[in-house]
Unconditional design. Sequence first.
Length: 181
Amino acid sequence: MKYEYGNKITNSSRSPNILIRPNNSSKRCHIRHKPWLKRRFRLTYLKLLRLRDRPEKVAKGLAIGVFAGCFPFLGLQSLIGICLATLLRGSKVAAIAATWISNPLTYVPIFIFNYKIGKLLLGTKDTPLFLGPNSFTAFKELGPRFVITLLTGCFVVGSILSFITYFYSLAILERLRTRRK
């Protein structure tokens, strides 16, 4: 019998020490090619379901995370969520998970909306947001006015969304808890 072993083909009545399995890589390839973002959301969802804290604590953590996720401090939102969750005694894991409301796909729409809300509340004059060759100089000229307008909108939108998140997630978590028992 001929067996393929590495690069050599051997003639032997005994089989080599290596088992050659049929190529069933179609299932493995399907699993490997899932988008990373979908896996990340699924993992976060499963972690949230497995939290054993009181529903009030988890809901408070979710609300804090949503609030922190509305701010334009990219990369620091999770850290802000953890700090606020520690101060307000909310779930840190839930806070980190909820900061993902602002992800690379939603940054621009959220921050444009927050800026427009801040502009509406502060009554600043209409400053066009455009991207062009002179956009950096235009943003530099806006300076503190732009930052204050954006942060005001972020604070108001974040407060409203966190309020809504707390009560909806509390109702859902309590219903899940009664269903488990």
